[in-house]
Design a binder for this molecule. Structure first.
Ligand SMILES: Nc1ncnc2c1ncn2[C@@H]1O[C@H](COP(=O)(O)OP(=O)(O)OP(=O)(O)O)[C@@H](O)[C@H]1O
Ligand SMILES: [Mg+2]
Length: 332
C-alpha cells in the first residue's frame, strides 16, 4: 500500500499544487488519479518516486517512509511511463527496454531475453525490436514505454497519461492490453488521466482531484457513478453516468428464454444468425452469463430481431433475452 498523509506540494513561486492530500493506494490494484488540467495529478504521481519532493506530509510504501532511503534505490522499484513514452531516440527498441536491467548489471543474454519477452507481452511484434523509436507509431512507442517500465519487474508502476497522445482506437487497444497484462502481473499501478471514461474503465479505485490539489472523492468506479459525493464529482463523471453504471451491474439471475426456431444454430451449437424470409440476418453481439448489463443490453440492441443471444464458455447458444425482460431487470 502507498499511503499519502496530509501531503502538500508548494512550488517555489507559491503555487500550491497539492493541498493536504490523504489517501491509501492498495497494493496489486490499479488506482487512477483523475481531474481537470492543473489539479495536481502529475505532481502527486511524481512525489511517489521523489522526482518531485513534497513540501510537507508523509508518503509511505508498505509502512516505510519513502524518505527513509535514497531516491535512486526507491526509483529502482518503481516503473514510470509517460505520455509520448519518453524513449531514448538513439537506442533501438530492445535496447530501450533493456535500459534498467543493464544499469542493474544483469548479464547480456538474460537482459535481451527478458526484453524480447516483455515486448511480446505488451503486444508488440518482436520484428520491431531493432528499430528506432522514430520508426514506430505512437501506439507502438507507448507499448515500448510500458515494456521498459516493466523490465526490472518493479512492484509499483506510475503511469502519467500514457495513452493520451494516440488515436481512440489504439487507445482502446492499449487500455484492453493493460487490463490483460495486469491480470497476469498484478502490479500496484498508479495511473493518471484527465479522461473520466479511461479512469472508470481501468481503475479498481479512482481518486477525483480538484484544482488546488484536494481530493474530491476516492472510490471504486461503480460507487463513483452511483453515488458522486458532490456536484463537482457529479458533473465531472458526466451526463450518462446511469448508462455507464450498467458496466458494473452483473445480474446473476438473468432469466433466459429458450432458443426460438428463428435462431439458426450450427451442428456445434454455435449461433449463426437469424432466419427471416429465406435470408440469414447477422447475429449481433452475443453475451455470456456473468457479463455486465451493458454487454447484455448491447446484445439486444445489436440483434436484428431485438433478442440478444446468450452463449456458454464454448460459444454454444443457451438462451435469448428480449427488450421486455431486460427492462424488468433494469427497473429499480
Ligand atoms: N515547476 C512548477 N512551478 C510552479 N508551478 C508548477 C510547477 N509545475 C506545476 N505547477 C503548477 O502546479 C499545479 C499542478 O500541476 P500538475 O502538473 O501537477 O497538474 P496536472 O493535474 O498534472 O495537469 P495536466 O492534466 O494539465 O497534466 C498547476 O497549477 C501547475 O501550474
Ligand atoms: Mg499532468
Amino acid at each position: 500500500m502507498i499511503e499519502f498523509e496530509d501531503v502538500t506540494k508548494r512550488y517555489p513561486d507559491g503555487t500550491v499544487a497539492v493541498d493536504k492530500l490523504s489517501l491509501r493506494i492498495p497494493s496489486n490494484e490499479i488506482t487512477v488519479f483523475v481531474g481537470p488540467s492543473g489539479c495536481g495529478k502529475t505532481t502527486s504521481l511524481r512525489m511517489i518516486n521523489r522526482t518531485i519532493e513534497r513540501t510537507s506530509g508523509r508518503i509511505s510504501i508498505d509502512g516505510e517512509d519513502i524518505n527513509a532511503g535514497d531516491p535512486v534505490t526507491l526509483r529502482r522499484g518503481i516503473g514510470y511511463v509517460i505520455q509520448h513514452a519518453g524513449l531514448f531516440p538513439h537506442k533501438t527498441v530492445v535496447d530501450n527496454v533493456a535500459t534498467v536491467p543493464k544499469l542493474l548489471g544483469w548479464d547480456k543474454k538474460k537482459t535481451r531475453a527478458t526484453a524480447m519477452e516483455l515486448l511480446e507481452r505488451v503486444g508488440l511484434d518482436v520484428k520491431l525490436a531493432e528499430r528506432y523509436p522514430a520508426q514506430l507509431s505512437g501506439g507502438q512507442q507507448q507499448r515500448v514505454g510500458v515494456a521498459r517500465a516493466l523490465a526490472a519487474d518493479p512492484k509499483i508502476m506510475l503511469m502519467d497519461e500514457p495513452f493520451s497522445a494516440v488515436d481512440p482506437i489504439v487507445r482502446h487497444q492499449l487500455q484492453e492490453e493493460l487490463l490483460r497484462l495486469q491480470r497476469d502481473i498484478g502490479k500496484t499501478i498508479v495511473f493518471v488521466t484527465h479522461d473520466i471514461d479511461e479512469a472508470i474503465k481501468l481503475g479498481d479505485n479512482v481518486a477525483v482531484l480538484r484544482v488546488g490539489g484536494t481530493l474530491a472523492q476516492f472510490a471504486p468506479p461503480a460507487e463513483l457513478l452511483a453515488h458522486p459525493d458532490d456536484d463537482f464529482v457529479e458533473s465531472f463523471v458526466g451526463q450518462d453516468r446511469g448508462y455507464r453504471a450498467l458496466t458494473f451491474l452483473k445480474p446473476d439471475d438473468l432469466s433466459l428464454a429458450p432458443l426460438p426456431p428463428e435462431l439458426s444454430v450450427g451442428d456445434d451449437g454455435r449461433p449463426l444468425g437469424w432466419k427471416s424470409n429465406g435470408e440469414l440476418l447477422p447475429l449481433g453481439a452475443v453475451f455470456q452469463r456473468g457479463d455486465s448489463l451493458r454487454a447484455t443490453m448491447d446484445s439486444v440492441l445489436t440483434s436484428p430481431v431485438g433478442q440478444g443471444v446468450c452463449v456458454d464458455e464454448a460459444g454454444k447458444a443457451i438462451g435469448v433475452i428480449d427488450y421486455i425482460t431486460l427492462a424488468e431487470v433494469l427497473r429499480p
